[in-house]
Write a protein that binds this ligand. Structure first.
Ligand SMILES: Nc1ncnc2c1ncn2[C@@H]1O[C@H](COP(=O)(O)OP(=O)(O)OP(=O)(O)O)[C@@H](O)[C@H]1O
Ligand SMILES: [Mg+2]
Length: 262
């Protein structure tokens, strides 16, 4: 049975999509079969694999609305041969932007994504869900559909702002919807080791989460190759195999594999 993990933080631009892309691609290289689900109407994850979202017919939205089966919407990523043919995507486009309102009319609005993924869960070792920067109905669906959560946190002055709301949402979903999604790990992104700020944010994280939550020892540095890769339609780890960004995501994947499933 596959493990489903939501990549979540309502803060924009903290590296959710970059982490979803490169952690999945790293695991694929290491021999795991992985599906990534783009649940963001911005569809950055979809476009970063070189998929033209404007031409896309079969999306996670068409699967949710029942037009097609979920299996029909899942496609292998480009250059999948470099990833041992292990990486698949359930893509999105901005049709997803109407989903929150549509779902809000359903009595079991929070169960929709979980229901959709249940038929493919056993086909993959891991399913990652890339969530949008909000704590709305899509994120709640992502939490209900997943076994655990990875939280990327950007190394910046206001790094911990909003984290309390995020934890609160996870707790509410557990209490009210009886759907626990424990935190699998917190990963520091866009890290600059040359500045004192980077080191300070890491120790702030430790202070804040104490021994309660797992903080990945691997931090993801700010690395231009990771930022350039999406415009070439490739994961950073394929775009430049030797970059420090690539090495960090491969290390993160190794650390991820050492964790027990939650
Ligand atoms: N480690 C990194 N080094 C350099 N650039 C990065 C790194 N991680 C992410 N970026 C860049 O920062 C921007 C935001 O990253 P990303 O899209 O992964 O964040 P996000 O949390 O998914 O954003 P959103 O909340 O909008 O979905 C992107 O342009 C991305 O290429
Ligand atoms: Mg994103």
């Amino acid at each position: 049975m596959g493990e489903t993990i939501a990549i979540m933080n309502q803060k924009g631009g903290c590296g959710k999509t970059t982490t979803a892309v490169n952690l999945s691609a790293s695991l694929a290289i290491m021999g795991k079969s992985v599906l990534i689900v783009d649940m963001d109407p911005q569809a950055n994850l979809t476009t970063s694999f070189g998929i033209n979202k404007l031409k896309l017919e079969n999306t996670v939205y068409s699967a949710i609305s029942g037009e097609i089966s979920v299996k029909k919407a899942i496609i292998p990523v480009k250059d999948n041969n470099k990833l041992n043919n292990n990486l698949f995507i359930l893509p999105s486009n901005n049709s997803l932007s109407g989903l929150e309102i549509e779902l809000s009319k359903l009595p079991k609005y929070h169960m929709v994504l979980k229901g959709l993924l249940s038929s493919v869960k056993n086909l993959f070792d891991y399913i990652f869900i890339d969530l949008p920067p909000s704590l709305g109905i899509i994120t709640i669906n992502g939490l209900v559909a997943s076994d655990s959560v990875i939280i990327p946190i950007q190394s910046e002055y206001y790094a911990l702002e909003g984290v309390a709301d995020l934890i609160n949402t996870i707790n509410l979903v557990e209490e009210r919807l009886k759907s626990p999604s424990p935190i699998k790990g917190i990963v520091l992104t866009l890290y600059d080791s040359r500045t004192r700020l980077g080191r300070e944010v890491y120790s702030e994280l430790k202070k804040y989460f104490g021994n309660k939550e797992y903080i990945f020892k691997t931090v993801i540095p700010r690395n231009i190759k990771l930022a350039e890769a999406p415009s070439y339609g490739k994961p950073g780890i394929i775009y430049d195999e030797d970059s420090i960004g690539t090495k960090s995501y491969l290390k993160l994947a190794e650390e991820f594999l050492r964790l027990k499933s939650k």
